[in-house]
Write a protein that binds this ligand. Structure first.
Ligand SMILES: [Zn+2]
Length: 299
């Protein structure tokens, strides 16, 4: 296999459903496998070995779902030519064509990258890094990339550049910050060094990686902390009156004084844009509620 063919297959994994539901299962399994290659942990592993690791990634970086199904990508990824289950033909399947999780566990069924893919990656650290970046860019916002890298054991290194994968609209940041008067829409943070804003960012409500557009109605000016919290689902939004209010997830906790400061934003109004025609579009807010925010909110 050639590297272009491999990278093309990564592009082809069809993970976004038409409804805009997040389904990062396959990318997370691949990231887990790339982490194993990078760290010399071998090509194949048994399902009982992979299950807890993949479940952890789904819990942290997947959409909020009642049930996590690490067995789905384990069984479905072979169709994309990026996973191999040597015992494939001997396993029974459910009506939806998935493997029975109990059988995967009991028989310690093994899975891993196909041999040609593994051979390609094993001696090419740069290709591993490129593949990781492609999966991160395709499925997750920038603010989560380093957390995911650390979770799979492929940290960013100083010589890595952000890859110029998708053209970004430079007007997006400028217009969003202007409409929100250069302050965090949650906490009013507006620290400047001279004329330069420090730590204020233009966040997408519906992730760019999920097809969210570079439009002000899909943007919020947020400080670095609230941007990260919003992308991880610690913060959410809910319609209130003519605008929106801030929700804090009930999963948020901490012991030090600043936690009170963080939790106190729950129920507070979100700062609206200067021109109300640019108010957040409810369809993007609903997407974030459904696919990112860690319900339930605080009481
Ligand atoms: Zn803030």
């Amino acid at each position: 296999m050639k590297r272009d063919e491999f990278l093309g297959r990564l592009d082809d994994i069809n993970v976004w459903k038409s409804s805009g539901q997040r389904a990062p299962n396959k990318p997370l399994l691949l990231l887990l496998a790339l982490g194993r290659v990078f760290n010399g942990r071998g090509r194949v592993a048994s399902y009982p070995e992979i299950e807890p690791e993949l479940k952890g990634l789904l819990q942290r970086f997947g959409p909020p779902r009642k049930a996590l199904h690490p067995e789905f990508p384990f069984g479905r990824l072979p169709a994309d030519g990026l996973w191999e289950i040597p015992e494939n033909g001997t396993l029974t399947t459910t009506s939806s064509g998935d493997f029975h999780v109990r059988e995967l566990r009991d028989r310690k069924v093994e899975g891993g990258l196909p041999q040609p893919v593994y051979d390609l990656l094993r001696h090419d650290v740069e290709l591993v890094r490129e593949a990781v970046q492609k999966l991160l860019d395709g499925h997750f916002p920038d603010s989560l990339h380093d957390d995911i890298r650390n979770a799979i054991g492929i940290p960013r290194t100083w010589e890595m550049h952000d890859s110029p994968v998708r053209p970004r609209d430079p007007a997006f940041r400028r217009d969003v910050l202007r409409e929100y008067q250069r302050r965090c829409a949650v906490c009013d943070f507006d620290v400047r060094l001279g004329e330069e804003l420090i730590g204020l960012e233009a966040a997408h409500i519906k992730w760019h990686a999920a097809g969210g557009p570079d439009e002000v109605a899909n943007g919020l000016a947020l400080c670095g902390l609230h941007h990260k919290a919003f992308d991880r689902g610690a913060l959410g939004l809910e319609a209130a009156g003519k605008g929106f209010k801030v929700l804090v997830s009930s999963e948020v906790h901490g012991l030090s004084d600043p936690i009170r400061w963080f939790l106190d934003f729950h129920g507070k109004p979100l700062r609206p844009p200067r021109n109300r025609q640019f108010d957040p579009d409810p369809s993007f807010v609903n997407w974030h509620q459904r696919e990112v925010f860690r319900k339930p909110p605080l009481e």
